[in-house]
Design a protein around this ligand. Structure first.
Ligand code: PMP
Length: 451
């Protein structure tokens, strides 16, 4: 398939050569690269994107899930234009109406988020959540789960996709640093737990309980491998018992799993939550919220102002939790996000129905082709997992699946106009029609049954 792929994407290939003269590897994020070269895009509308060779694709990557209302949605465009025209500017650098309007909407949808703060990305949201937790508990180690991603910064870039040889024991995984340039202290300050194994996670947590202030988890690993209910319930009560704050990273799952995210579905109230992606309507955003007593540590009323010690001469800068950001709560993004929520309130159920139908139909096509496959996921996200296992429960299970065949199929699907980055998840949008779903199933049939 690679030769045909190269033939079909010659303009992308030429563009990537030019891009390499500007950016190392020609990309702005390593994840956007794949061999032999990624596809460079130039246009998007609804569920479709067009590449530099004028090939059109049904987009199931949707910018890593962020675009749940597809490309260029008119309602979102209108909300942003109105925001600009009605207020003259696009940025105040001061408190403004939409921060509060969005906040009230989120408090309604996510009752655990009693108070919240805005950031500019999911990465910044999880980072702030960790600082809040450390400030509140006075404990600086963090616990995370093997295979879970929370952003590319040092403390959390541990054991996200470790080489199986480095990963160590299944029940007590090693802390594996995943980038050059990271300090070895993160091997000790970040404690890695096995996902969906309560007994082993509990042992590790109890061992480090006096040092761990926060436990962060993706309730659905990578947005699609669900935590088992008992496992999450167990973690929540352990966290409470051990004085560890439970942080749900719902950057991916918020809105994609339901308007109230994974916490609504599981009936669990985490101490802190990080949101991102869909809630920015396709623009950079992150939100951290949680228990009022915990979030209050971010309040400037708590002590000194870092930039103005004249207010309280006895207060030290370190008495206050520092949180800042030029673009936090950006009015244009709040407008886009609120408009996105309005669309989803009307249409989310149908997105789920389409996703469920696509999952079942793809499982049928793979079964007809004699390839063991499970469509693993919930709500509007799933992944095509080539496995004979009954269930996929964690990172180790995933490593034992047929990743090379999946990649080969994905490369062929690209030539059939079905876009996701090879090996990535499928995310659906309100703009994928039933007809698009049918087109997708037929493309799979051509790839798998007419070989
Ligand atoms: N947490 C999770 C669960 C994510 O999926 C991501 C992004 N893939 C992040 C955090 C980081 O978000 P961002 O890319 O907006 O910084």
């Amino acid at each position: 398939p690679v030769l045909d792929y190269v033939e079909q994407t010659k303009a992308s290939q030429a563009f990537m050569e030019e891009a390499e003269s500007v950016m190392p590897g020609g990309v702005t994020a390593n994840i956007k690269h794949f061999a032999p070269h990624p596809i460079a895009m130039k246009h998007g509308k609804g569920a479709r994107i067009t590449d530099m060779d004028d090939n059109e694709y049904l987009d199931y990557l949707l910018s890593y899930g962020a675009l749940m209302t597809g490309h260029g949605h008119p309602h979102i465009k209108k909300a942003m234009i109105e925001q600009m025209e009605d207020h003259g500017t696009w940025l105040f650098g001061a408190p403004h109406e939409l921060e509060v309007k969005m906040g009230k909407k989120l408090q309604e949808l996510y009752p655990s988020m009693e108070k919240l703060r805005y950031t500019n990305s999911g990465t910044e949201a999880t980072l702030l959540a960790l600082r809040v937790a450390a400030a509140y508990t006075g404990k600086h180690k963090v616990a995370k789960f093997e295979g879970h991603y929370h952003g590319g910064y040092d403390q959390m870039l541990v054991s996200v996709s470790p080489n199986v040889k480095e990963a160590g024991s299944v029940k007590k995984p090693n802390a594996v640093l995943e980038s050059k340039g990271m300090h070895s202290s993160h091997e000790r300050n970040t404690v890695v737990l096995p996902f969906n194994d309560l007994e082993s996670a509990e042992k590790i947590l109890r061992w480090h309980k006096d040092e761990i202030g926060a436990m962060m988890i993706e309730p659905l690993q990578s947005g699609y491998i669900p935590a088992e209910q008992q496992f999450l319930d167990g973690l929540a009560s352990l966290a409470e018992e051990l004085g560890i704050l439970l942080i749900f990273d719902e950057v991916k799952t918020c809105f994609r799993l339901g308007l109230g995210g994974a916490q609504e579905r599981y009936g669990i109230k985490p101490d802190l939550t990080a949101l991102g992606k869909v809630v920015g309507g396709g623009f950079p955003v992150g939100i951290v919220g949680g228990r009022e007593d915990v979030m209050e540590v971010t309040s400037p009323n708590q002590g000194a102002d870092v930039f103005d010690s004249s207010q309280n001469k006895n207060a030290k800068a370190s008495d206050v939790l520092f949180h800042s950001g030029t673009y936090n709560g950006h009015p244009m993004i709040m407008a886009a996000g609120l408009a996105t929520i309005e669309v989803l309130e009307e249409e989310i159920e149908e997105v789920f129905q389409k996703t469920e139908h696509l999952k079942r139909e793809l499982e049928r096509v793979f079964a007809e082709a004699g390839i063991p496959m499970k469509a693993v996921g919930e709500g509007s996200i799933f992944s095509v997992v080539l496995t004979e296992k009954e269930t996929i429960r964690n990172y180790r299970d995933l490593q034992e699946t047929n990743l090379s065949m999946r990649k080969e199929i994905d490369m062929k699907l690209l030539q059939e106009g079905i876009y996701t980055k090879p090996l990535n998840r499928y995310s659906l949008s309100t703009e994928h029609t039933w007809e698009d779903i049918q087109t997708t199933i037929q493309a799979y049939e051509r790839v798998l049954l007419k070989r």
